[in-house]
Each structure stands twice: as structure tokens, then as C-alpha cells.
Design a binder for this molecule. Structure first.
Ligand code: UD1
Length: 343
């Protein structure tokens, strides 16, 4: 289990231990994710090593049947100075892991991928059918034109559900490294006859989420603001849609994928989502209500490179992995409003 000391990894490890697996965590305690070196999890072995450390990886893989690969640098980062570290952690780290898995004859892998591989979600033009819009311009966003328009006729597009066969269109360094992870693991599966389930997480939230950092997702930023007595600051007009999926559901999906990848070789991607999208404005309001904090402020600010809507079809994961999210947003946010965050 790589990244087993992180936000999502900790929940996956708990699920693995509950199901009786022998777990070895490989985690470097990267400073981007951990302000203090992470403690291990009782019941799991901890190997404090960077994935690019080949001898450490070879040792950690001894006697292993399957790998769940969660270790990664996530989020938007600070600036392009981060670029080499994203590529080193996410892509070189994955490459070393895969090479050592091949040497150790470990043939099962569950990869933590992300919905960021899609770029914008799926859209439909009443006149021109399915569309995948280009990145929005600073000019449009400054003028408050947040909805992507049809490139042929300029009509505002209707958002829809994205499925796993959509073309990949990474819009950030992080997204590019996740696409590279998908491609590297697909090549590995072809060459080794191994099995890979690439789990494209949508917006994960829940207990243990990191506090406000340049690498944090929006739920953690809102939760940190509320804890400080401040209103969540909602960008654009708050109408951008995401699928917020609870971290315990994500752990369940990993366990389901671990068993399913045993069924046969090959590479397969799965959206891991709740199936109940919400706008960022709705999520902020609901979290503020649960936390009894100030109501959100809609700022009209924007981040160039943010996508407008990306919401998933959860059908494939349900049909093939038997995974269905159990935590509804209202109950998940009620818990998250008071749940501890990662320091
Ligand atoms: C997020 C994660 C990404 C992860 C993906 C799927 C980050 C930075 N992004 O992508 O790593 O792979 O989910 O799990 O961790 N927003 C506000 N106010 C804020 C910050 C953001 O309104 O203070 C808005 C943004 O404009 C955006 C939405 O919230 O519309 C989501 O932002 P965020 O969670 O940062 O990024 P995602 O692209 O959804």
C-alpha cells in the first residue's frame, strides 16, 4: 500500500486490516502532504521510503500479492517550480514501482487515478450534439461567462455525465502526471500480463483531510475557513458542479477493485463517484450550515485552468466492481463539519 499514511490511504489501510489482509505501507511522509512525519497504523508494517528508492521498493515488495498505489503529490500546487517534483513523485515513482513489481512478479495493481484526466466534463449542444469544450479564456471568466459554450454556434452547453471512454484532456501538471500514470500502468499490464484497476476518484472529502494548503481540495479549504470562523469563499458564481465522494466510500471502492483485478489480466478505468453531483455553492452552504458557521461568500474570483463541471457516471464501477457509494452528501458533510483534519 503506497501512500498508506495519507488522507485516503489511511482509510484504505483501515479497510484492508478490517478484511484481514496483511498490509505493508510504503510512505515517504512527503512534506507536501505531511507537516510532521506520519505515524504508522497499528497492525500494518511501515516502510518509510520514497518510491524512487529501488532497493527499498524491492525489499517492500517481497512476498506481496497485490499493490494499491495511492502515493502521489495532488492538487494544483504553488507554481511551475513544483513541476519536477510532481513528475518525480507521481511518474518516476510509479515507474520504479512498476519495474520492481515486475521483478518481484507482483501482477495485481489498484491505481489511484483522478477525474482530472478528463479535463472538462461531458457537454451537449442542442444543435451540435456531444461537445468537449476547450479551456475557458481569462476574458470570458473576467466577464462572468463561466459556462462553456459550443465552439460551433456559441450556445451555452448542457453538462452531462462523463464515462470512462471519454478522451483524456489533462489541464494541469498534476492532471498530466495522472494521465502518465494511467499510460505507464497500461503498458506494464500489457507487458507483464498483469491486472490494473485505475480508480478515477472524483472530489474526495472526509475525516483526516489535509488542512488548507496549496495542495488541498475545495472541501478542505471550506472546512478550514469555517474552523477559523471565516466564511467559505466560493469562486465563480458557485454553480460549478462536482461529485463529492466520501473517503470511506473510496476505501470501499479500493477493496472492491483489489478483488476484481484478480479476475483477469488487463487495464480498466473506473469512475469512483457518489452518483449525486452538487454545485460547489451548494456544498459550501451545506457545510456552513452543518458547522453553524458563516454562510459562504460567492466571490466571482476564478482560477484559470479550473474546469466548470465534471460529474461522473458511476455505472461501470457498480456493474463490474459491485461498488456503490453509501454516504450521502448531507450526512457526509454533517460529519465532516466537525471531523478532525490532518495537521
Ligand atoms: C480536485 C483536486 C484534485 C483531485 C480531484 C479529484 C485539488 C486542488 N484538486 O480537483 O487533486 O484529483 O479533485 O478528486 O486538490 N473553489 C472555490 N473556492 C476555493 C477553492 C476552490 O470555490 O477556495 C472551487 C474551484 O474554483 C473549483 C471547485 O471549487 O470550481 C473545485 O476545486 P478543487 O477541489 O480545488 O479542484 P478540482 O478541480 O475539483
Amino acid at each position: 500500500m503506497t501512500g498508506g499514511a495519507g488522507f485516503i490511504g489511511t482509510h484504505v489501510v483501515a479497510g484492508l486490516l478490517r478484511d484481514g489482509y496483511d498490509v505493508t505501507i510504503v510512505d515517504a511522509g512527503h512534506a507536501g502532504a505531511h507537516r510532521t512525519p506520519p505515524a504508522g497504523v497499528p497492525g500494518a508494517a511501515l516502510c518509510r521510503a520514497d518510491l524512487t528508492d529501488r532497493p527499498a521498493m524491492a525489499a517492500a515488495l517481497h512476498g506481496v500479492d497485490a499493490v494499491i498505489h495511492q502515493a502521489a503529490m495532488v492538487g494544483l500546487g504553488v507554481d511551475l517550480d513544483d513541476l519536477p517534483e510532481y513528475v518525480r513523485c507521481n511518474d518516476l515513482g510509479t515507474a520504479v514501482l512498476l519495474a520492481e513489481m515486475a521483478r518481484a512478479r507482483v501482477h495485481r495493481l489498484v491505481l489511484a487515478s483522478s477525474m482530472v484526466v478528463y479535463g472538462e466534463g461531458a457537454y451537449h449542444c442542442p444543435e451540435h450534439g456531444p461537445r468537449r469544450p476547450a479551456a475557458r479564456t481569462a476574458e470570458d471568466l473576467t466577464a462572468g461567462r463561466f459556462e462553456p459554450a459550443c465552439t460551433v454556434c456559441g450556445t451555452a452547453l448542457t453538462p452531462g455525465l462523463i464515462d470512462e471512454d471519454a478522451p483524456l484532456d489533462p489541464r494541469s501538471v498534476y492532471a498530466a502526471t495522472k494521465v502518465a500514470q494511467e499510460h505507464l500502468t497500461a503498458a506494464w499490464a500489457r507487458q507483464t500480463g498483469g491486472a490494473v484497476a485505475a480508480l478515477r476518484y472524483h472530489n474526495v472529502y472526509g475525516p483526516g483531510m489535509p488542512r488548507d494548503t496549496p495542495y488541498s481540495g475545495v472541501a478542505a479549504l471550506f472546512r478550514s475557513a469555517l474552523e477559523a470562523g471565516d466564511a467559505p469563499r466560493v469562486f465563480e458564481d458557485g454553480g460549478q458542479r462536482r461529485d463529492f465522494v466520501h473517503v470511506r466510500d473510496v476505501a470501499t471502492a479500493n477493496l472492491a477493485a483489489l478483488t476484481a483485478t484478480g479476475n483477469g489480466p488487463g487495464w480498466r478505468a473506473y469512475n469512483i463517484a457518489s452518483g449525486h453531483p452538487a454545485t460547489v455553492g451548494q456544498m459550501a452552504a451545506e457545510l456552513a450550515r452543518s458547522a453553524k458557521g458563516p454562510q459562504p461568500v460567492v466571490t466571482g474570483q476564478f482560477r484559470l485552468g479550473d474546469v466548470r463541471h465534471v460529474v461522473a457516471s458511476p455505472t461501470r464501477a457498480e456493474t463490474e466492481l459491485g461498488f456503490r457509494a453509501a454516504v450521502r452528501l448531507t450526512e457526509g458533510l454533517a460529519e465532516f463539519a466537525y471531523a478532525p483534519l490532518r495537521g
